[in-house]
Structure formats: structure tokens, C-alpha cells
Write a new protein. Structure first.
Length: 263
DNA sequence: AGTACCACCTGACGGC
DNA sequence: TGCCGTCAGGTGGTAC
């Protein structure tokens, strides 16, 4: 799941559950999930502290413990959070757990373990060092247009590139291009000013809609591609046929009828 | 700089 | 039933 909207929903969930609870113990079940911090330090440093606030940049979630100490959570393809008291509510692949003194625990669950968990001292420096571009939802149009004008290659590849814009992934890039009537293999350099504006507006609209609906596919508007991601499905916008292709080796769905290559 | 491919992991599903 | 290939909403490295 976790693209920007999912991570934003996780962040709000974190805020309404684990914030301001005193940490009694940190359990690291899969040390491989940790990055840039020793298991020993990660187990001990948060103890006695509480999470004071959260922040999100792209698909990265940060929870602040101190003025210069954040826990960073990245969810890969299968990560999620669960806050619970009763042990039988523990998710199936809990890899790291924060135990609070109210008897609850926050589990970082990640079946495929493709994500990472870290301790970060300098938030801005972390974003810089990890080559993350500006967050997709905090971008002004002028900056967006400037970035695009310096970018080359296929549109889908560009929007998937986290160093270009942080937060979009396979699903939401397809969704945005679907609503802009743009073929995913179109070249960035072929975009008109009007299309740039449309891409920007659509990006914001799609991300905000997904967050607003809690990333619950059932509640997405009827004309969204999500929910019709299968070959030969009927396009919910124009009745055309949904095609499946590979773009930079990722499965890509689009409507062959209304998404034409710009040239 | 862009692209193509492999690798990291686990699990679900379809075909034989 | 069991084995096998393929696929999955992410990212990092490497080679052309």
C-alpha cells in the first residue's frame, strides 16, 4: 500500500493513538528492519520518552521523541501500523513494537520487510542525504513547473522518482495520469503549459481525495482507476478498455482510448 | 541523465 | 496435494 496518502493516514492514526504515551520498552523482532542505528541503541534510546509530534515527507513518517531525535518509519510495499492492547490483535508480521505504560503497544508490521526503521537526529539533513525531492503535497505550482522543465524521460518514470517529487508511487501516478488523459509513456518534454497545470491540480486533488477517503477503495469516486486495475476492464471514465503494460518495469494500467501519447 | 535489470523479502494465486 | 512460476501500491545498486 504505502504511498503518500497511506502514510498520511498512518500519521493521523499515530497521532490519535500513540502520541503522548510513555514508552516502557522497545521490541525489535527483526533487526534487519533497522537502518543506520544499532539494535541496542534503538531498543534503549526511546525508553522513558514519549512521542511528541509526527511529520511526513513523501512516504517517510517521522515521530519526534526529543528536540533532536526522531523515529523514522518507511513502509516499503507491505508496511502498516497497529495500536492495540489485547495480544490477539497483534498483526501477523509485527517487526518492531513500542510498548507504552498504558498497556498498549504500537506495532510496525511489515510482511515483506522491504521498508526500514531508523533513528534520526536531523530531520532536514535526513531528507537531503536520502535524496528526497519536495513532498508532493507541499509543492507550489511554480516549483513544480520548474522541476518539470528540468526533467526528461517518460512521465510515469519521472513521477515515480522520489528525488524528483517525494510521495507518489505506482498506483497514484497511474491515477493522476488517468485523470489528465496522458499516456504513461509520454515524454515530460512534450508537456504543454496547460498540461503541467492540469497535472499539478490533479496530483493535489487525487492525493487529497485519497486521504479524505482514508485510502478506502470502496469510498473512492466512481470514475477513479483504482478498483479497475485489471487488463481488459472497462474504463470508468469513457468506457474504453484498460490496458496493462510495463513502464520502467512496473505494472502500469491505463485506458487506451482516452490516454493518448502526447507528441 | 535515463533506462533496464537484478536484488532484497514474504505470501498468494493459477497451472500442471 | 504439491511444486513452480509469476506477481505484488518500494527502493538501491550496477551497467550500458
Amino acid at each position: 500500500m504505502p504511498e503518500l496518502p497511506d502514510v498520511e493516514v498512518f500519521r493521523r492514526y499515530f497521532n490519535s493513538t500513540a502520541l503522548h504515551q510513555k514508552i516502557e520498552r522497545v521490541e525489535v523482532r527483526k533487526e534487519k528492519m533497522l537502518s543506520g542505528v544499532s539494535p541496542d541503541r534503538f531498543r534503549h534510546e526511546p525508553v522513558g520518552k514519549e512521542f511528541l509530534e509526527t511529520a511526513r515527507h513523501g512516504k517517510h513518517l517521522f515521530a519526534r521523541l526529543d528536540s533532536h531525535l526522531w523515529v523514522m518509519l518507511h513502509f516499503g510495499m507491505t508496511g502498516k501500523l497497529q495500536y492495540y492492547k489485547n495480544p490477539d490483535e497483534e498483526p501477523a508480521h509485527a517487526r518492531v513494537l513500542f510498548h507504552f505504560d498504558n498497556g498498549y503497544q504500537l506495532a510496525y508490521d511489515n510482511m515483506r520487510m522491504l521498508g526500514k526503521v531508523s533513528l534520526v537526529e536531523d530531520y532536514d539533513q535526513y531528507i537531503r542525504e536520502n535524496g528526497l525531492g519536495p513532498d508532493a503535497l507541499s509543492l507550489e505550482y511554480n516549483d513544480f513547473a520548474n522541476l518539470l522543465s528540468q526533467k526528461r524521460g517518460m512521465i510515469k518514470s519521472a513521477f515515480m522518482d522520489q528525488s524528483f517529487i517525494a510521495g507518489l508511487g505506482n498506483i497514484y501516478v497511474d491515477e493522476i495520469l488517468f485523470h489528465c488523459d496522458i499516456h504513461p509513456k509520454s515524454q515530460v518534454s512534450d508537456l504543454s503549459d496547460d498540461l503541467r497545470q492540469k497535472l499539478f491540480d490533479t496530483m493535489n486533488q487525487v492525493l487529497e481525495t485519497a486521504i479524505d477517503r482514508q485510502v478506502n477503495v470502496e469510498q473512492f469516486p466512481d470514475d477513479y482507476l483504482l478498483g479497475h486495475r485489471e487488463p481488459d476492464a472497462e474504463c470508468p471514465k469513457c468506457g474504453g478498455t484498460i490496458q496493462k503494460i510495463k513502464v520502467s518495469s512496473r505494472s502500469t494500467y491505463f485506458c487506451e482510448q482516452h490516454q493518448k501519447k502526447i507528441s
